[in-house]
Design a protein around this ligand. Structure first.
Ligand code: GLA
Length: 386
């Protein structure tokens, strides 16, 4: 069921003093290709989805934030000037955004807020970025005269992950949530910050997510370790090739040169990233020619790399990928950070109904639970609803 303003407003009224505030929303995201390339300064190719977070916010004339999570039925209060902040992770996202906006000079004041979301949690669709972007956008509107640029709002969310939650993520999720545009994917150069909208209108194909419902949480997962491994390989390569500042600049020959100086795991991680940076560009070229077979082939290659070289897959996701192959799906791969969550599938129109049916049947037969199938609709980025 699609989340509406009323779902949030009715709870806000009930939970607080009966009055209403302003309502803001930000979406989750999909990513066509370019996984684990953002923190390696490469390219990503995400788009916002229709599902997201909605929050109602009303200044309360104090220095305290009173926050109610409708989905978790949890209530937390924190003081904006408190250095430690709340314990609950969901509240730390809001606290982190407040603190980072204050650090940018936005005179944030205390507020009452209630929020809810319809992005599945832990599905690799960036529910946390949707939450961060909602509050960054809202605080900029309420207290910042909308002076902070969108890319900086995305960085506020990213810094929140790094400093308050412990996930050293790249910029893709927050970027996509803030900048999303209905009907368009975006190709972002994560080094320069330049990006381009690509209308997503594949004739004869649809994007379908299949959520394994294996929950992933990136904080505390080997995500941060992957990032360190990549940075280490880039440093070693840079000793011979000073022009290399991140794996985005490296190639397979350079990697072979340093093979003896890095661990076998680091070698595999870097191999994946170097390949993935090129695959994003190949997909862009293929899209210009409406060549969806190539797009799909790149997606399968990404899955292979994420599973065998980057090692962020799990049995269930590999199984979903196998089913897609068996059913003749054009492209399929793990989406997002990995360790659980969804596969993203590029499916020819005539195969869609059968694929949706078969993937549920086969998965349920093996794991005793149904995966959740989601039709991708590319939606808008952060916005004020009322
Ligand atoms: C998570 C992170 C992103 C990105 C992806 C993998 O979603 O938040 O920054 O690294 O994983 O592509």
């Amino acid at each position: 069921m699609k989340l509406t303003i009323d779902d949030v407003r009715s709870r806000f009224i009930k939970h607080f003093d009966g009055t209403t505030g302003s309502v803001y929303a930000s979406p989750g995201r999909i990513n066509l290709i370019g996984e684990h390339t953002d923190y390696n300064n490469g390219f990503v190719f995400p788009g916002a989805v229709e599902q997201g977070m909605i929050a109602e916010i009303k200044p309360n004339g104090t220095r305290n934030v009173h926050a109610y999570s409708i989905d978790l039925k949890d209530y937390v209060e924190f003081n904006l000037d408190d250095e430690a902040g709340p314990k609950a992770t969901w509240a730390r996202y809001i606290y982190g955004v407040c603190r980072e906006m204050m650090a940018l000079g936005v005179p944030v004041e205390g507020f009452n807020t209630a929020f809810a979301g319809d992005v599945p949690l832990g599905a690799g669709m960036s529910s946390s970025a949707a939450l961060e972007s909602t509050y960054a956008f809202a605080l900029n509107d309420l207290w910042g005269d909308n002076k902070i640029e969108k890319m900086e709002l995305a960085r506020v969310g990213q810094r929140t992950e790094h400093k308050y939650v412990g996930c050293n993520c790249g910029i893709m999720d927050q970027f996509a949530s803030v900048h999303g545009k209905k009907g368009s994917l975006m190709r972002l150069d994560c080094r320069s910050g330049e990006f381009e909208y690509f209308p997503w209108n594949p004739k004869g194909y649809q994007l379908i997510l299949v959520n394994s419902c294996v929950k992933h949480e990136l904080a505390g997962s080997p995500y941060n370790e992957r990032r360190l491994q990549c940075e280490h390989v880039a440093e070693i390569i840079a000793k011979k090739h000073p022009e290399v500042t991140s794996l985005r600049d490296a190639n397979y020959d350079m990697l072979e040169e340093v093979k003896a100086e890095i661990t076998a795991d680091e070698y595999k991680r870097a191999r994946y990233v170097i390949g993935e940076v090129v695959r994003v560009l190949n997909v862009c070229d293929a899209l210009q020619k409406d060549d969806y077979e190539t797009v799909g082939q790149m997606m399968y290659e990404t899955h292979y790399g994420l599973s065998k070289e980057y090692e962020v897959s799990c049995e269930e996701l590999d199984f979903l990928n196998e089913i897609a192959k068996e059913e003749g799906v054009t492209g399929s791969r793990i989406m997002g950070g990995g360790f659980g969550g969804c596969t993203i599938n590029l499916v020819a129109d005539e195969l869609v109904d059968n694929f949706k049916k078969v993937v549920v049947e086969k998965f349920e037969a093996k794991y005793g639970k149904k995966p959740i199938v989601i039709d991708v609709v590319i939606g808008d980025g952060s916005r004020k609803l009322c």
